[in-house]
Design a protein around this ligand. Structure first.
Ligand SMILES: Nc1ncnc2c1ncn2[C@@H]1O[C@H](COP(=O)(O)OP(=O)(O)OP(=O)(O)O)[C@@H](O)[C@H]1O
Ligand SMILES: [Mg+2]
Length: 225
């Protein structure tokens, strides 16, 4: 479902910041992969490359059969909108939209009429334990609840691939554990593929495979479950 080959990315200086080169990764359909690595190692950059939000200096990114480098901007935007769910490091829940409209956003962007999307939004809100908060505004929600809104939004349009950047940042350990378990269950129930960047070994433990990002690429991690 995801194939990265010979991927390299550096940010120009000064001082220049080479992040990684020669990076290879294959993720099977339905597989969940967690990526650990020090702060600044390039985990968010790697997710952005998989999402087509950033371009590699070398190498190729193929997601769900699409070679991202040959798509123009419009095609890349459409690809992202239709086939990808993204849980951002800082939620990006829109403050002026009620919870249900935040979750429905990918459906609206894909031209799905509200009437057709409402049932999906409601069932996802139920699945993340926010069935009674559909009409709440984001400012009325806790950090853990906002994180669950972000997860529901990343799944609502049934994307083939879900990318989650530090989905448990700033959460207490118990809330973090329940949120990653929820993420895993929802991905598995849908047969979706997931890549999760995290510092948390507890979060990484829900993955089928755990890798560490370093300048020479990805290698298997020792995980403390
Ligand atoms: N657009 C950019 N221009 C220049 N440097 C950048 C840019 N984006 C990221 N960097 C640098 O690249 C390095 C990797 O950043 P990235 O956000 O990918 O790390 P990370 O592994 O996700 O870190 P964290 O665990 O703290 O989230 C950092 O040193 C960062 O400052
Ligand atoms: Mg990051």
């Amino acid at each position: 479902m995801i194939r990265l080959s010979g991927l390299a990315r550096a940010f120009p200086g000064p001082p220049p910041r080479p992040l990684f080169s020669g990076l290879d990764l294959s993720v099977a359909p339905g597989e969940i992969v967690a990526i650990l690595g020090e702060s600044g190692s390039g985990k968010s950059t790697l997710l952005n490359l998989i999402a087509g939000l950033d371009r590699p200096d070398a190498g190729s990114v193929v997601v769900d059969g699409a070679e991202l480098s040959v798509l123009d901007d419009d095609a890349r935007t459409r690809f992202r909108r239709e086939r990808l769910g993204f849980v951002f490091q800082a939620f990006h829940v829109l403050p002026y939209l009620p919870v249900a409209r935040n979750v429905a956003l990918p459906l609206a962007l894909n031209g799905v009429p509200d009437a057709a999307g409402d049932a999906r939004v409601a069932s996802l809100l139920d699945a993340v334990g926010l069935g009674d908060r559909a009409a709440s505004m984001p400012r009325e929600l806790s950090g853990g609840e906002l994180q669950r809104v972000a997860i529901a939004r990343a799944l609502v349009h049934a994307p083939a691939v879900v990318l989650a950047d530090e989905p448990t940042g700033n959460l207490d350990p118990r809330t973090a554990a329940s949120i990653v378990a929820l993420l895993r269950d929802t991905l598995k129930a849908r047969g979706a593929t997931g890549v999760l960047a995290t510092h948390s070994h507890a979060a990484a433990a829900i993955a089928d495979r755990v890798l560490v990002l370093a300048p020479d690429g990805l290698s298997p991690a020792a995980v403390h479950r």
